[in-house]
Design a protein around this ligand. Sequence first.
Ligand SMILES: [Zn+2]
Length: 164
Amino acid sequence: MDGFLNLDALTCHPVSEDSVCLCCRDALTHHEYMTAHLQRVRACTLHIERRRQRQEGQNLIRHILLNDAHQHTHIIASVWISLAALPGSVHQQLIESDLPLGHILATLGIAPNFVDRYFFRCDAQRWGQNIQPYSVCSQGHFGRAHTLTDAHGRTLARVREWVA
Ligand SMILES: [Zn+2]
């Protein structure tokens, strides 16, 4: 866990979808759960590596990497999850397992529904120790942010994801 960047302190500049570098678009402009989407378009198997996690009451906050079998990082994400909005049957899974949030939501029959989405770019910088990006964009680090809701519009999670 040592040496990992504090994602919540990163300065990110909002950009239009058209300004997202072409090399990052396949990872950011889709409307599916991230892990399932990338596994399909990049034909790889991804797993989560949790770098930071803390629980504050009914809120679970975690910083994760999405890595492939070669330990290359595809996505870096800061995820805020509302445990109160999700059934108790998956709380332990969310807190203890490395299953992607999208996978857990899919098993609950919750389809991906994103609101308040925007894209951003961060100035190039080191992510921290032991991170080997899957690819490197010459224009910096692009990402997206959105709120994940259920069919009734209830907030389930807030997510910021960067292409590593
Ligand atoms: Zn690029």
